[in-house]
Design a binder for this molecule. Structure first.
Ligand SMILES: *[C@@H]1O[C@H](CO)[C@@H](O)[C@H](O)[C@H]1NC(C)=O
Ligand SMILES: *[C@@H]1O[C@H](CO)[C@@H](O)[C@H](O)[C@H]1NC(C)=O
Ligand SMILES: *[C@@H]1O[C@H](CO)[C@@H](O)[C@H](O)[C@H]1NC(C)=O
Ligand SMILES: *[C@@H]1O[C@H](CO)[C@@H](O)[C@H](O)[C@H]1NC(C)=O
Ligand SMILES: *[C@@H]1O[C@H](CO)[C@@H](O)[C@H](O)[C@H]1NC(C)=O
Ligand SMILES: *[C@@H]1O[C@H](CO)[C@@H](O)[C@H](O)[C@H]1NC(C)=O
Ligand SMILES: *[C@@H]1O[C@H](CO)[C@@H](O)[C@H](O)[C@H]1NC(C)=O
Ligand SMILES: *[C@@H]1O[C@H](CO)[C@@H](O)[C@H](O)[C@H]1NC(C)=O
Ligand SMILES: *[C@@H]1O[C@H](CO)[C@@H](O)[C@H](O)[C@H]1NC(C)=O
Length: 401
């Protein structure tokens, strides 16, 4: 149906559609830097799946009336634009003070009073999730708004932060920004107003969450978070620093073809004598060092440490701890997970977003490079004192080898 519609277009309409599409993306991007990431991500999905999501979306969206919230018309709808992280702006600025300001039409393409959604169909799957929660938000009497985050997942990269976020956002009282906002490390000068704009809509009682794993290791971040709100709760997922470093390296190597071997980068001068602590993947694993900085600003009681290993082996247990820590009812339980032994990863049974099971670790299929066992042993030895220190500081023995 999609293709047929496409072929039926005249050349001129096609040009107009493309122009509209480009303008929309531009406008959206200026408001929401997450969009490009989303599009990028969804392009990577396989084509059939993409089409499936697109058509679903069309069906869902086709009947949604979008009314800009700021217009203050007496209307209990919330601004779905912002909710799904995509801003659909009527291009011909028709007077949109009426409730039915802009109706998204899925069939017409060239009329000036309807915006074609077809051009924006490559929105990633979290859009669907937004619609699921959108239902919740429409409860009468509640007026959704954006808030600065109450809780941050601050790290650590390649330890399972994405998994943690996916698991915890199954909870109806948790709403999270769709992607890594990088406010405290990259966009700090844009101000809190900008940051708030990147947060999802919440109603009273819902927690706003954001995840950017580089926060944990970026020098100025603890101070900045403290300045925003000293009561911010911080979640830290940690994993054996050696496997973490290898995973970090593998990800980098998959993007860069002429990457040196792990062993060459992790050590100085070609022997395993001296570990190169300036190399990012090694440096990040010295958790104790970064934690010290955070503890200068936050009491330990405001941080929760989650074992990345355990999060995979026993997600329900770790998510239970997280829910307790955040003062949430234990809604996400064993019932939400099953373990796929083939994949070695937990899968979500039927989340709000999808009616089919959905497994994590999609990108984990990269072939891990072979790494000299002697190099691994040497790294373990290197990390041991730092790990002990970290156990002491957190009061948790993570039992890394
Ligand atoms: C659109 O919504 C109206 C009421 O809001 C409903 O009656 C109608 O069936 C819906 N149409 C479709 C195609 O879902
Ligand atoms: C909104 O509508 C309700 C009834 O539907 C009415 O009582 C209320 O005064 C309206 N508010 C505004 C601001 O128009
Ligand atoms: C929109 O319509 C209202 C009346 O419904 C009018 O007062 C206002 O000037 C119009 N705005 C534009 C931009 O046309
Ligand atoms: C808003 O809609 C009402 C009917 O629903 C119509 O009478 C009125 O002219 C519309 N106003 C604008 C500004 O389009
Ligand atoms: C666009 O809108 C104007 C008035 O709002 C109307 O005269 C014109 O026919 C419309 N064009 C199309 C293609 O619908
Ligand atoms: C565009 O608006 C005009 C009136 O403003 C209406 O007659 C026409 O049906 C609309 N076109 C579409 C495709 O909705
Ligand atoms: C700081 O965070 C706490 C807990 O999330 C919240 O209750 C409080 O209102 C926040 N303070 C400000 C100034 O936002
Ligand atoms: C590495 O080797 C060079 C000479 O080959 C030497 O000058 C340098 O001090 C060595 N660096 C370390 C850290 O051992
Ligand atoms: C488990 O993972 C494998 C490999 O990705 C997949 O082929 C299989 O369908 C999965 N099984 C279930 C029950 O999800």
């Amino acid at each position: 149906m999609f293709i047929a519609w496409f072929n039926g277009l005249s050349n001129r309409s096609l040009v107009i559609t493309i122009l509209i599409c480009m303008s929309l993306i531009y406008v959206s991007y200026t408001f929401n830097s997450c969009l490009l990431t989303s599009i990028n991500r969804s392009f990577k999905r396989n084509a059939s799946r993409q089409l499936l999501i697109s058509t679903n979306l069309l069906e869902v969206v086709a009947n949604v009336t979008i009314a800009p919230y700021s217009n203050n018309n007496n209307n209990s709808f919330i601004n779905t634009n912002s909710l799904i992280g995509v801003h659909i702006v009527p291009l011909s600025s028709t007077n949109s003070t009426n409730n039915s300001a802009t109706t998204i039409s899925s069939s017409s393409s060239s009329s000036n009073n309807s915006t074609s959604i077809n051009s924006i169909t490559t929105i990633s799957a979290h859009v669907l999730e937004a619609f699921a929660k959108y239902r919740l938000l429409r409860q009468p009497g509640s007026r959704p708004s954006r808030h600065l985050p109450d809780t941050l997942i601050i790290g650590v990269k390649k330890s399972g932060t994405r998994a943690l976020l996916e698991f915890i956002r199954l909870h109806p009282d948790v709403r999270a920004a769709g992607c890594e906002v990088h406010f405290f490390d990259r966009h700090y000068q844009r101000g809190l107003h900008w940051y708030r704009h990147h947060m999802p809509y919440t109603i009273e009682g819902q927690i706003t969450m954001e995840k950017t794993p580089s926060y944990f290791v970026t020098k100025d971040v603890p101070h900045r978070v403290h300045k925003m709100n000293a009561s911010t709760k911080l979640l830290v997922v940690v994993r054996d620093p050696v496997t973490r470093a290898i995973s970090d390296y593998t990800q980098a190597a998959s993007k860069k073809s002429d990457m040196k071997h792990f062993e060459e980068l992790a050590f100085v001068n070609g022997s395993y004598a001296v570990v190169d602590t300036n190399w990012g993947p090694v440096k990040i694993g010295v958790y104790a060092r970064y934690l010290e900085k955070w503890l200068q600003y936050f009491p330990l009681s405001q941080l929760l440490f989650i074992s990345g290993e355990r999060l995979i082996m026993d997600p329900a247990y770790e998510i239970g701890r997280v829910q307790d820590f955040l003062g949430l009812k234990r809604v996400v339980t064993e019932k939400h997970f099953y373990f796929n032994a083939t994949k070695g990863f937990p899968c979500l049974l039927k989340s709000e977003a999808r009616s089919t099971p959905h497994c994590l670790g999609k990108t984990k299929g990269r072939n891990h490079p072979h790494i000299d066992i002697a190099a691994i042993e040497r790294l373990r030895e290197f990390y041991r004192p730092f790990n002990s220190r970290f156990y002491q500081m957190t009061g948790i023995n993570f039992a890394w080898p």
